[in-house]
Design a protein around this ligand. Sequence first.
Ligand SMILES: Nc1ncnc2c1ncn2[C@@H]1O[C@H](COP(=O)(O)OP(=O)(O)OP(=O)(O)O)[C@@H](O)[C@H]1O
Length: 750
Amino acid sequence: MDAFKLLTRSTKLKPASSAPTSARLPSTGKAENPQLFRNAELDRALAEARQGKKRKRGDAAAAAAADDDDDEAVAVNLDFFNPGKRKRDQASDDEGHDDDEDRSSGGEEEVDEEDSMDDVERRTILNSHKIKVTDLRDWDVLHPTKPAEKPKKKKKKQEAAAAPPVPSKKEQKKARRLYPEPLVSFQELRTKHKISKRLAENVAEQGFTVPTEVQLGTLPLLLGGSKVLGASSSAISADPDLLVVAPTGSGKTLSFLIPVINKILRLHHEQPDERGIFSVVVAPTKELAGQIVNEGRKLVLGTGVKIALMKKGMEVVERGDEDDRAVKTTDILDEDSEEDSSSASDEDEEENTEKKKTRTKAPVTKSDILVTTPLQLVNALSANRTKPLAQLPLVRSLVLDEADVLLDPLFREQTLDIWRSCSHPDMRISLWSATMGSNIEDLVKSTIKERQEFHGLETNSSSPLVRLVVGLKDSAIPNIDHKLIYAATEQGKLLGLRQLLRPATASSSDVRLRPPFLIFTQTIPRAVALHSELLYDIPVEAGGSSRIAVLHSDLSDIQRSEIMKGFRKGEIWILVTTDLLARGVDFRGINGVVNYDIPNSAAVYVHRVGRTGRAGREGGIAVTFYTKEDIPYVKSIANIIDVSEKLRGKTGEKSIQKWLLDALPDLSKNAKKELKKHGVRARQSHNKQTKEEENGKHRPGQTRISTKSGYERRMENKKKGAIAASRKRKDTAVPSGDPGSDEDWNGLDD
Ligand SMILES: Nc1ncnc2c1ncn2[C@@H]1O[C@H](COP(=O)(O)OP(=O)(O)OP(=O)(O)O)[C@@H](O)[C@H]1O
């Protein structure tokens, strides 16, 4: 069934050939290449150069294999558990899953040093894929001044004269650049980085052909086993704390899960008696946390590593407290309220219900990896805030996915609490997002220091904080088309949206958006209202109202997961939602995103539109409607679109004309803050009189989602109310003189 054809209600659709984009829609399948910044010619030249280098070595075997499969040709030392050694021990993993496999493929060969890339190759590959790696340590840590040796007087004078001048900022910046050896193929995970065979097989099982840029850059850094050269050829030790900014849909999940699982496998082998939570992955919403667990489950299959989603009532620490055997708990905060704040800070706040119930203490989880939203884990660590925060003493990796939002004021305290509760001296943190505010780096640096001091750990300069940026920081992916459409009024937006739903009625130059797609609104009530407005826009032949759904944090967990399933399966074609789904959630074949209401910040725009164009898929469209009220807030979005098109090297007419960019007003810092916190004020509380309306700045109902005029709606409501009242009068025999009967009737409320 062609969803588009049915939605257009037209049989006069142009054939696919005349609509060239349809051939490469995200929903049509796999992307040819998930790398966003590749240079095919350069890649070919490098591959040839590497092959030439191997042949030169006169190693006949390597040369023969290089023609076949480059990675197999690498003479391998597969000592997964002992990467520093040259020879492989007969290691086995604790569960015995990998034992035989590792041994059989291990061999006693040595790592071929010459297979390491030379400096020029590393730089060329990293630069061509727009990967920039920077050592963020303070300059005096990076270049400590040598302690005075008490030299002879004469020598002391000479030394003082020859003391190196403090380098300029530019020189420091250059000196901070790092050039880790990139991962050119997934096979190298095994051959160079010695991950377990089973894990490597699970990765291969996913069917990915080449690593994405973020995988290419971060996996070697996090897995170790290869040199990380600095600009001045100084090497750093692996296993750093890592801050990653990489485009939406670029495969960050795999980038952090592989090293996390690999580290745990190593720990299982080295310390078989030590069991507990070794890794914590924090994500801002349940939907994203659930998705990470699903991805993780595919990777841990048969490795003996366990991954679990944090659930209410789950015990994460052994308290040894008898009171806890059967505790009366007060679930002060429902986690939905936490997600609400991530979705739209302004949404009508859900009343936090206090649920008092008696429960028996559950056994402590046996998972190695715990994936959680911040509040859920903090509640578990503090017994719903009735006890001091417990520690997580075994955690070696803490992953903050969508780190910028987790460190935003809304979640900051909870996230920092989790961070501080990880007390192991070897704990490393990695922070991932497609956007990262400028304040995050300083916050991360100070928290690393603070945690070390808090736990009395030694400040370890050999575990640096490294930043890896793919492409341009805080920019939208270049492989989607952006449309910024002026709709003047709320009614104009609704008309515009209906035109997208039935493009056959629009002219050929108009945007064509094929389902499945997402529609974002500013608040939950607006999402609900838009959903009911569109319910009957889908023809019955196409499945009618069952094809459109609304998802927000006021729904129950079960409803939320049912809708997610329906959308993933393709049963739901159009999903109206809030910013709850703006981040992280991966619906691979989404053809487009509609910003029915403009996002609260440029960062939210980047994340919302990044739900399409995943893993390099072409043909995704991002439509943003704006009204007169939005004009003061549109410039940052227009700028993002402009930069994205420049990145793409788009020729011809640009989506954002220069005159528009020049004409749009800049937003003050305070106004930006205000917008981020509250959204566009005019549409804050749907169906209620807003402050602006009260002050006469906006006409009443101006921001309401409806094509009907206020007068029409009032008349309709009156009619409905009158009918309801008359029924009520008929149905219930009202005892004479009952004072409640009149007061109960509230049909005329509009
Ligand atoms: N090397 C690869 N080749 C092809 N597809 C890949 C590769 N790595 C990951 N993917 C796929 O890319 C999609 C996006 O991955 P993922 O959800 O990890 O992106 P992300 O970078 O976390 O995005 P976001 O910033 O939106 O959270 C997933 O469907 C994943 O399976």
